[in-house]
Design a protein. Sequence first.
Lengths: 464, 533
Amino acid sequence: MSTPIIFIFFPLSISILLYMLQKKTRLVSLIGILTCILIALFAIFQDFGGVLKIGSMSVEIKTTFSFLGRSFALSNEDRFFLSFVFISSALWFGVTGIVGVSVSFIPLGLAIISIMTGALAVEPFLYSAILVEIAVIVAIPLMIQKGKPVGKGVLRFLIFQSLAMPLVLFGGWLLGGIQASPSDASRLLQAALFLGIGFAIWLAVFPFQSWVPQLTTEIHPLIAGFFLGLFPVVTLLIMLDFISGLVWLRESLFIGPVLRLVGTIMIVSTGIWAAFEQDARRLFGYAVLLESGFSLVLVSMQSNINVKTLFISFVPRMIGLAVLALALSVIIQNGISPTIGSLKGMIRKLPFASSALLVSLLSITGFPLLAGFPFRLATLEKLGQGNLNAAMWVLVGITAFLFAVIRLLSGIASPTLEKWQAVESVSQMIYLSLGILALVILGVLPNIFGDSIAGLFIYLPILR
Amino acid sequence: MLTLIPIFLLILFAVIIQFLGRYRLTIGSTWLATAGSVLLVWFYMIILRVLMPSGVTIENWYPLGIGTDLLVYQFSPRTWVFAFLLVSLLVAVIFTDTIRLNQGNNLTTWTGSMVLTAVGLFSILSQTLLAVIITWSIIDVVEIGILTKIIDHKKIHYAAVVEFSTRVAGTLMIISVVVISNIHHLTIEASAYSAMSLSLILSGSVLRLGVLPMHVPFTANLPVRRSLGTILRFVAPISVFSFLSQIQPPKTLDIFSTIIFLFALVAALYGAIKWLISQNELIGRPYWMLAFSGLVIITFLRGQIESMIALSMIMIVCGGAVFLHSSSSRYFFIYVIFLVISMAGFPYTPVTSAWVGLLSAPIKALDFILIISLCLLFLGVIRHLLRIQHPDPAIERWMKMFYAIGLILLFIVPWLTLIWRFKDIRSFIFWYGPVLLLIMIASLLIFRKSKIDRKILELSYVRKAIGHIGFIGKYLEIVFTFDWLFRLLRKIYEILFRIMQFFISTLEGDGGLLWALLFLALLASVIIGDRIP
């Protein structure tokens, strides 16, 4: 038994099975959620490369697997990612029923996770580009609504992702050729440039970000949240693995400053776009971009503590986006367009969804008391120690984004003639309240798990 | 842990009282339980000052050590005064509420006041910048939550959002101090803040106090009882004053501090005038806060922390008395006289140190503005306190008794603090300040009583002058309410909005991909030219 079989091929086969069982909605949900939970538990508790004991039986868990001449490797370094991805998928799949998302979301979602995990595991890394492209293609049916034309955002998403693939492949191929003569600086730079642009398109770095808010406006918020919560994280981890694997790149003088500059531009531009935004669905897209900007800033600092900060920050990021997606889904389900104009006084009609929308956006911004705050502050402090100007610009970006959230708050909390009531269903109220509670608890007590999760962060990519 | 007990007690009692009041007790018994609870906390505050226990320090707040900031919650001799004043105000609120029992919403008012006081205490206890950021945010969230629930007028909602925004901006300033100064330990131990850090701290404080840009919330129109409204309005400024009392003030004023000084001066004078002439104490309440915020900022910039504490005392004690007073009696003027004399700042009295921050040596013209501001504030206190309030005929004797005890308690509290503060303030001997203040107050009162003012006002050239002053005043008011600034900002926003929409539609339009590549080329040229060696 090997980890790639458990984390890639097993969920992939389950997804095929679930796709065929689509009519049995509850069964599909149950199997999907249970599969994710089981796999996540395995990732948390099992030592990769060790022995799994089931009663008197011992099974060796290998970390590599060869398939069609390519090697897939998932080691202890990937345990946090795997547990994070499968736990969050279980949560995503758990809420599909309460907001009316098609049940095909579960098998396709599981397939996407498996393929993305494969993208992270495949060696040589350049094949990850192909796997990411396959994941994108598998995601397309989820994004298309029956009886409606394909939107601009979906098309642009496909175009950008497809553009990234040849760039990464070409960069990887160039790099492969250079291995023989690593002193060829100009070729190295060319390879880095191709790969850099490829990653920039994948991560929707400015100026390739336009598809993100368009996509979040066109597709169901829950699907957008699932995909945009997962996709940038995987591409970022592929990038980290790539930087970590090439000594010349991670020790080069330009990688840190370039990533810092790109991350800062991303945060500032996202903040400014958001400040002039009227639609909460587009704000959702900007929230994803803001998260990606912060991730790049953390990577740019190239230290173990910052990589650790990046990895732990995936947790509030995922919860924040999930609560945001759920809140938007509930609002849309009630026939309300989530624009500032239409949301006026909405707190009186949909108090749980409105509060969840505001709390999740505030958490993503880094508002004190909420889950995102400790990570934003830690990032800013470390950035400030190295480059005060960049830290100040990042603060400007946060302020602009916060302004956007306050505008939304002003609209949602605006007094109307309507009486206070709650039209959300009980299950929606419970899920939204739990989401808000999780964001508040992680904001007030960010170290709630203490050192019990430290084991997941022992093997992190080395960036310097 | 002893330090945090008052907060836990207040929240616990609030929950119990809310439950008992709803399902078990009559309104009288509920009030008794509330009064007993807050009195217990009040006595505990005195015990805390005697014991002065060490606080609570949380070293590993961040997960897996990704950050180094500490959370420290403890009292210092200075901050205890603010905490004691706040708890005393709560006791006064509950005691004086006996005569407002028939106004309804008693349970919400009392438990709400207790929770707000607990939040305020938590903020006062904060001894590190991180703790301050967190507790200020709690105050903001609680306040905007309460206001959202009760506001039903668009204009008030707009004012509440503006206030929330400026306060959050103030908190962001303190976050930037953490980022640039890298101060992780106790704020009071940071002996030398850089000029930049101090400027940010000052900006954060004036933004939270509403001094710059000057704005006053429309709290007079809030549908909350005056008692809850009073606590609601006092908590945020007290938390800022307490924070400033922990910061080493600047030794010299740079340009930025001078600008802040001038704005604070304008806020103090403007607030004092508006307070005096306001129709009633509730309409004047935000101006009272604004004026004292200005005065406190001035004394901070002059490096007089003891003066700040004394001014805060006047703000809470006199303000509390005015805002909680809602039933007149024959002997009430005696209380007013004692209150004014007690708070005038004579040597060896609790607020004598107020003058050290208001009067410089040698005395400057600027100081007269401060004396006039204080004089106007006291005149407003007298005016609003002596306005005849018609008591409810249904009020029983015991209600009147507790109402009186509540007001008397406010009077006594500063004297109680003197037990521990006397050694710090006995060296402040300022006779001419309080004497001048009392002479000015007395003269103006005599003027008013003897109707000389009316005769003077009837003189034609005086009427003309008043007309001109009124005309100028009208425009000055437009300037100082800063509504024009918010309107201007809105206009700028609308212009920028159109420009941004153009950019967005360009990037997201059919040619968006080409534009993206063009931007990439531009960006790459900057990066390659500037960053890559």
